[in-house]
Design a binder for this molecule. Structure first.
Ligand code: AMP
Ligand code: GLY
Length: 411
């Protein structure tokens, strides 16, 4: 059978890796893919749905798996489905749960799904009046895709006002609403689930590290590392999150005629008043996928096909702990240079490429986040040691990484 994976990052590399282990012995294509993948690379952009459709029809692709949200937002799933192709991901009207913060917040309010209190605004004056009333700390979210930069956690009034100015006066990311929400505190964790309509099959938990530097300092990033499972979260918390958040949200989407097929990602926080939703994504998380999929023992093609066919899905997980360290270009998440040679990437190690290229036969840096190195062990400490030992073999003059991935659970 032929499988097409859409995307080019570490998440898609982890998906390709898992697909390659399938007993169905698939021929794998990746569009556009990356230099680390053991797949046929197809030079088509993730967002070019017409070209992807043409390719999939011509090649008679049996199953397409969509990685990035930007692809989903084009409506690629609708297009493939209308053309009789099998594709895994939500349709455009369901992917909106990630694309619009306001949609997600309104849905949670309507169906009583626990989340921070909020108001949304489309003009600066009313937003400022609300800020004057509530004060800081407060969280300000741009209601659209802003490449991970649309959320400002403002600990003081001036930062909050500056964010409102950027978003509502200067239209820095385009013209859209802002959501202003209650500031919550507590450890965050990610719960991803395979979902089709009301059927929800949760994956094992992971935790992402969003800040650039050790001790959670520095700017927010797309994620600097992750680990799985998350021992901070009790079985009771997990039970609550599955029933009161994931199941209820899947049902709510069905009731809204936006039935969801794909991976629903809950970005959750364990607050002193219980587990609450920080955000939903409509796809596999990155870098969570890179530490969660290596623990999946079931055949991913069976899982996805059974889900699509509404058969009972069985997920088997290894007890092994995984921990992933992101190696990023110096300067990331702000400006950085590309093209530095990377040596010492051992093909026997689980290393996912996030932003690399081959230049003159050499592996070079080609993005902000460059590699994700996965360590494994029977304890999280062992997994951490294993990951950093692999990191130490990699030589490149323009990479940095956090040295404390997993610190919340490793004493
Ligand atoms: P989001 O893109 O919505 O996940 O937000 C990015 C990050 O901002 C989250 O991972 C949190 O660390 C932080 N954040 C978002 N909403 C809140 C909130 N209501 N209270 C505190 N921190 C938040
Ligand atoms: N790790 C956060 C995300 O995938 O959006």
């Amino acid at each position: 059978m032929k499988v097409l994976v859409i995307g080019r990052g570490g998440r898609e590399h982890a998906i390709v890796h898992k697909v390659a282990l399938s007993k169905h012995n698939p021929t794998i294509y990746a569009a556009p893919g990356n230099a680390g993948m053991n797949a046929n690379l197809v030079n088509i952009n993730e967002e070019d749905k017409e070209a992807l459709l043409k390719f999939a029809l011509e090649e008679k692709i049996d199953l397409t798996i969509v990685g990035p949200e930007a692809s989903l937002a084009t409506g690629i799933v609708d297009l493939f489905t209308e053309n009789g192709l099998r594709i895994f991901g939500p349709k455009k009207n369901a992917a909106i749960i990630e694309g619009s913060k306001k949609f997600a917040k309104d849905l949670m309010k309507k169906y009583n799904i626990p989340t921070a209190k909020y108001e949304s605004f489309d003009d600066f004056d009313s937003a400022k009046a609300y800020l004057d009333k509530i004060g800081a700390p407060i969280v300000i979210k741009y209601d659209g895709l802003a490449a991970g930069k649309g959320v400002v956690v403002a600990l003081n009034y001036d930062d909050a006002l500056a964010a409102l100015k950027d978003m509502l006066l200067d239209n820095k990311y385009g013209k859209a609403n802002v959501v202003m929400e209650e500031y919550l505190e507590g450890p965050e964790f990610s719960l991803m689930a395979f979902v089709n309509g009301k059927n929800v099959y949760p994956m094992v938990l992971a935790q992402d590290h969003k800040r650039a530097y050790d001790n959670d300092l520095g700017p927010n990033t797309g994620g600097m590392g992750a680990y799985s499972p998350v021992s901070l979260i009790t079985d009771e918390d997990l039970d609550f999150a599955i029933k009161e958040i994931m199941n209820k949200t899947a049902e709510a989407m069905v009731l809204e005629n936006r039935s969801f097929l794909g991976v629903l990602y809950g970005g959750l926080m364990k607050t002193k008043n219980g587990v609450k939703v920080i955000e939903f994504n409509a796809r596999f998380g990155d870098p969570e996928t890179e530490v969660v999929l290596p623990r999946l023992e079931s055949d991913i093609i069976d899982v996805i096909n059974d889900l699509i066919d509404e058969k009972e899905v069985t997920l088997k997980w290894s007890k092994e702990k995984t921990l992933g360290v992101v190696m990023a270009s110096i300067g990331y998440p702000n400006d950085y240079k590309k093209g530095f040679e990377i040596k010492g990437v051992d093909p026997n190690d689980t290393i996912y490429h996030m932003g690399t290229a081959i230049k003159d036969g050499k592996l070079v840096t080609n993005g902000g986040r460059v590699l994700l190195v996965v360590g494994k062990g029977s304890t999280m400490k062992e997994a951490q040691e294993n990951a950093y030992q692999k990191v130490s073999k990699i030589e490149c003059e323009n990479l940095f990484y956090r040295k404390d991935i997993g610190y919340q659970v490793i004493k």
